[in-house]
Unconditional design. Structure first.
Length: 443
């Protein structure tokens, strides 16, 4: 390729980047997408639902510390994002309930990525196995980037706007330790391996604001000791049923209301000693949730049996009393787990609350046998990232925008703070916003 001038340069070919580039191309703009992997789609290829909170009020309730303007923009833009998927010719199923508080649609993310790529190639270029060496900058404005293509050649791409959409920094252990938690340095990755903070590092060179500190991450509880080398395990082994089980730390104590969401228990477990715990379910939970469907329309899978086959630390206890005999080498206070399990069941049978509570699923776990899995957090993407406004413009610490620089998807931070209401929805909504900004704003 020769040096180029484009309306929109997109760094990252995941869902946010593809959305912005395809929308720009379909609206008549010139685009160039730079993707370091050998295919497009990023971590979005492992997902299957676009969803978010059903209303502003619901999102505020579950995400009180997130940026309210970004949250409102997400909810307001969701219907348009679903329409956009369908406009590309990708089937989007009827809405179903997701995580009690959300509404969403199942769709084929691989088909979506291919349709976006087709639109991009009609009016621009999509470069695979290519990287960005540096952003071009003058007087505080971003004017494009230096690109190294797969053949080792370096090219200058000048752009009216440059979008950072590299998918977050979850593949970089040092950034995970810095911006999520020291324990996050060693957790498993349930994500593509290429999102290692390229966008964040580029934004930092220009003094972009990074936030929110302590916002956490989106991920799920996974069986410990099972390497996530096969992307199919990202969903198959995710212990979504934890919302109906009990989670114990090494001291044998509960430390979170498990019923509020597996993704929140995952963040809470990261704060515990050694970031590992025992997840305990009874026969009722096994019957109704471990082998059941997590989301309407998705077939169920016996996650306990799969974890056993994969070599996870698992056990089946015939009674509450047997928890006192947990092997010493596991490192847990089995006697305390026995006592807390019995106390929690007694409180539930008597109609008393516990601390932590079990707000959304208070019935006791009294039906043996008990299914025990040791679990650790696995990270999908961080919630800390490059601060943006509702137009996807990158912000400085003083709130001013960096001219010519945009960010979307998991590169962007501020939307959620120790909360979660969908990952594909923000990628699409703010990807579309980035395209609109690029089309309507000149430097």
């Amino acid at each position: 390729m020769s040096d180029r001038n484009v309306d929109l340069l997109v760094i990252g070919g995941g869902m946010a980047g593809l959305t912005a580039a395809a929308r720009t191309a379909r609206d008549g703009g010139s685009v160039l997408v730079v993707e370091r992997a050998d295919t497009v789609g990023g971590s979005g290829l492992f997902a299957g639902f676009v969803w978010t909170a059903a209303s502003h009020e619901v999102l505020t309730e579950i995400n009180p510390d997130g940026d309210p303007a970004l949250a409102r923009h997400l909810v307001d833009g969701f219907a348009g994002a679903v329409d956009w998927i369908r406009d590309l010719g990708v089937t989007c199923a009827d809405a179903v309930t997701v995580l009690r508080y959300g509404r969403g649609h199942q769709f084929d993310t691989a088909h979506y990525a291919s349709e976006c790529a087709r639109s991009i190639k009609e009016r621009g270029e999509l470069l695979l196995l290519s990287t960005v060496r540096r952003l071009l900058e003058a007087d505080g404005a971003v004017l494009g980037a230096e690109i190294e293509t797969s053949d080792g050649e370096v090219h200058t791409v000048r752009a009216r706007h440059t979008l950072l959409a590299t998918g977050g920094f979850q593949a970089d252990p040092a950034l995970r330790a810095e911006l999520i938690h020291e324990h996050a340095r060693d957790v498993e990755l349930r994500s593509n391996p290429n999102s290692d903070g390229e966008g964040l590092r580029l934004a930092r060179t220009l003094g972009a604001d990074i936030g929110f500190q302590g916002a956490g991450f989106y991920g799920h509880l996974m069986p410990s000791g099972v390497p996530l080398t096969d992307s199919s395990l990202f969903v198959d082994l995710a212990l979504y049923y934890s919302e109906h089980a009990l989670l114990f730390n090494l001291a044998g104590e509960r430390f979170v209301d498990e019923t509020v969401g597996d993704h929140l228990s995952t963040m809470a477990l990261l704060d515990q000693p050694e970031a590992r715990g025992l997840l305990v379910a009874d026969a009722r939970v096994h019957r109704e949730w471990i082998t059941g469907s997590y989301v309407e329309g998705v077939a169920g899978l016996d996650k306990f049996a799969l974890a056993q086959r994969r070599g996870a630390r698992c056990a089946i206890a015939g009674s509450v009393a047997e928890f006192a005999d947990i092997p010493e080498e596991w490192g847990y206070d089995g006697v305390r787990i026995r006592d807390v399990l019995a106390e929690t069941n007694e409180a539930a049978l008597a109609g008393r609350s516990t601390v932590p509570g079990r707000v959304h699923d208070p019935p006791p776990l009294t039906e043996p046998p008990y299914y025990v899995v040791e679990t650790r957090p696995a990270v999908t993407f961080p919630l800390t990232g490059i601060r943006i406004d509702t137009r996807a413009r990158v912000l400085r610490p003083d709130g001013s925008a960096v001219p010519g620089l945009l960010a979307a998807g998991s590169d962007a931070g501020g939307l959620y703070h120790r909360a979660y209401a969908g990952g594909l929805a923000p990628a699409l909504v703010f990807g579309l916003s980035a395209a609109e900004t690029a089309a309507g704003e000149s430097l």
